[in-house]
Design a protein around this ligand. Structure first.
Ligand code: TXA
Ligand code: MG
Length: 339
């Protein structure tokens, strides 16, 4: 398949919205940026489009997709038995990096939900996907625009690496602002449960709701997980090399790295403050430790860069577990080989 590639500008935006809408209405696939990561989108109500998304990503079909909409008034088409507190979350966080999991309506077929009776929905905060939603008048299901198991795509180049020739169109909207996927929150019960940490944290949610929010912690081996959030059981985000976490901070981290004997195909991924004291030339600078937003926007790019340069082994640090630090650590841990 020949993939149309276009860079989004003020001048060509209407043309882009029109071509993208046409492709989506014909059952085709379009890759667009969102504020979190790039998404590979199709018409959520077209089974053939959904099948093509799974095929293009090589994604297991029991891992459900997020439906993207642009108006909260559309929510009841897809979600039922909506808890009252959800409206407070909508007011506070939509459009934005919060996906909510609801009981699904009959309009939502199980090919979208991996067989579950729930559906994930979000309103993204990015003018390109919003323009496409407005123009196409379709609900757009979109997983992250990466080959299944690889780090999510946060730049146009990442998308092209994985999906060129497999989709109808790729829109270049620059580097993803947040760089990690949305927070996924199960809102089917009285107590909301975070299924995937993201930019919107437990504390952010609790401040708005004035009630406790729980973070889901799989008790069983991941492969035995009940299908509450099927995506959690798969290996994710991983570079090809072994990724080894050194769970130490400051001088302890630096001393540990400096005491290792490192080959030329071993890399260190860490913050600027640590790297300046490390005696090794194969490094990837994630940014300043005092700016976790900068770190979050660079994590997946770092993993992909390791594949490009042929790293065999990677050592990486963890970050303070506050704010988006929790989501950063979650992605690093999921991608890691061992501690
Ligand atoms: O930021 C994002 O969420 C991006 C952009 C493109 O919107 N999308 C994204 O989609 O990350 P994906 O498919 O890569 O991840 C969706 C996650 C998976 O872990 C999936 O298992 C979970 O959401 N999920 C989807 N529907 C669910 C449901 N009904 N119940 C529980 N978890 C669900
Ligand atoms: Mg994904």
């Amino acid at each position: 398949m020949k993939t149309i590639k276009m860079r989004f500008t003020n001048e060509n935006q209407n043309e882009i919205f029109q071509i993208a809408s046409e492709k989506l209405n014909q059952g085709g696939l379009v890759v667009f940026p969102t504020e979190t990561v790039y998404g590979i989108g199709g018409n959520a109500l077209n089974p053939e489009a959904v099948r093509k998304i799974y095929e293009a990503k090589g994604r297991p079909s029991d891992n459900p997709l997020i439906v993207h909409i642009n108006d909260p008034r559309e929510l009841p088409k897809y979600a039922k038995d909506i808890n009252q507190y959800v409206y407070e979350l909508i007011r506070a966080f939509w459009p934005g990096p919060l996906t909510m999991v609801f009981k699904k309506t009959d309009l939502v077929q199980t090919y979208l939900t991996g067989g579950l009776d729930t559906v994930a929905v979000r309103i993204p905060d990015n003018e390109i996907i919003q323009g496409i939603l407005n123009h196409s008048k379709l609900p757009i299901c979109a997983p992250s625009a990466n080959t299944s198991g690889r780090p999510s795509a946060t730049t146009f180049d990442h998308v092209v690496e994985d999906l060129d020739g497999k989709v109808d169109m790729i829109i270049d909207g620059g580097k993803s602002f947040i760089g990690l996927e949305s927070t996924v929150l199960d809102v089917t019960g009285e107590t909301p449960v975070i299924l995937r940490p993201g930019k919107i944290t437990k504390e952010n949610l609790e401040t708005v709701l004035r009630r406790t929010v729980v973070i889901s912690t799989p008790q069983k081996k991941e492969s035995e997980l009940a299908p509450k959030s099927p995506g959690m059981k798969y290996k994710h985000y991983a570079p090809k090399a072994d990724l080894i976490i050194i769970d130490k901070i400051k001088d302890d981290f630096i001393d540990e790295v400096n005491n290792l004997s490192l080959d030329q195909d071993t890399y260190i991924i860490a913050s600027a403050e640590y790297l300046e004291k490390i005696h090794h030339n194969k490094i990837y600078n994630l940014g300043s430790i005092s700016n976790l937003d900068e770190i979050s926007s660079n994590v997946f790019a770092a993993f992909r860069h390791m594949d490009l340069v042929g790293a065999k082994k990677i050592y990486i640090q963890l970050f303070e577990n506050t704010g988006i630090g929790h989501a950063i650590n979650n992605r690093i841990q999921k991608a890691s080989t061992k501690k």
